[in-house]
Ligand binder design. Sequence first.
Ligand code: 13P
Ligand code: SF4
Length: 455
Amino acid sequence: MTTTHSSVDLTLRDISAGTTTGSSCSTELLDAPWDVDARDPGYGPGASMADPIPAAAPRQGEIPQEYRDASAEELDRRIRAAKAELGDRAVVLGHFYQRDEVIQYADHVGDSFQLATAATARTEAEAIIFCGVHFMAETADLLSGPDQAVILPNLAAGCSMADMADIDQVEECWEQLMEVYGGETPGVDGRMPVIPVTYMNSSADIKGFVGRHGGIVCTSSNASTVLEWAFERGQRVLFFPDQHLGRNTAKAMGISLDEMPMWNPGRPLGGNDEQTLHDAKVVLWHGFCSVHKRFTTAQIDTARAEHPGVRVIVHPECPMPVVDAADESGSTDYIRRAIEGAAEPTTFAIGTEINLVQRLAAQHPQHTIFCLDPVVCPCSTMYRIHPGYLAWALESLLDGEVINRISVGEDVAEPARAALERMLAAKPAPDSAAPASSVTPGPGSAPASSTAAER
Ligand code: 13P
Ligand code: SF4
């Protein structure tokens, strides 16, 4: 595929018009997101389109016609005007995987944890507009002040992986494990039978569950530090929702695959026998990211054959054989820093979401950077956010109305914060996320009057 710009939306339009080579995973990616909102419940076109969505997943109602009808130029003018008028009252956060058409307005761009902590530093902001997905907005709500409203511009922007760990299934799993392990009583070595660990990509309910049971949250950049923390306190770990991050991290720590049984919710003992659960070091929840599941070892073989010397970096949400075949694996911020740190012109094949890969390629023209997956297939739910929703959220604030507020109830928030605080207190690993202060200032943090060239 030949791309000359970083925008995935423009690339998809070029593919559809036949002005660039390549293919996408769905022709519906070019449909207006409000048309997608109106369809049957689902994650929408993109990598998660075949994943079943829980009945209770939030849906986005119709947004006012004026935002659906507005041209890109009109939305641009209105967003910039609203941001200028709101000033410090509102902060716009953009996740690395967000489309460029939205990232251009972000005051901060970063990974999920950097953005949540960036929000806490903006105490003067009444509203935090999180252009990411639902669990990220919940985390920002947990970490921000009680008077700050966190807004998710499109409520349908969930995360198919986070939705794979449902609180009722997790409670049921815990009950069964407690029967097998004889309850939450420390063994002779003082360690608990099992410590629950949840990836940041999980609902606040799950973080609350983890917090109530002496567990901890991890990110893709501190998962091994967090697992070490957990093994100091427990004989085993129950890890959710991402089996791949759990398996890749535990394997790198020397844990063998037969000590990592999978827990399939809905099956008695998760589909295991009691002995397997007793012998387990890490019980892996059967969750996965449909974006990262697309990467294969065959793609890596092709990249190596076509680009001798290529440096292959993949996200640890990729399946284990892909991580094993890559040169390196790391979080979104690790990938960004690896590219920024390369002194010589280098060819990089990247296994993560396409919006980030194309943006990095555009920002680093001295390098050749491409996505391992030749098919353009963005994260379905990140893609549900479009400038129309951002304009609606900002102009509603000017009218004194907070739309799409994401608010975590205090009964869940208190233990969820405890689980996050345990993570913050755990000793950082060498590949830890950059400190919050180094979150990348977004293009939207430049004065509204500056030109693109000045930024
Ligand atoms: P980060 O934690 O690196 O932001 O990743 C979030 C995510 O959704 C990865 O798929
Ligand atoms: Fe969720 Fe995967 Fe999208 Fe990340 S890339 S938000 S894990 S579906």
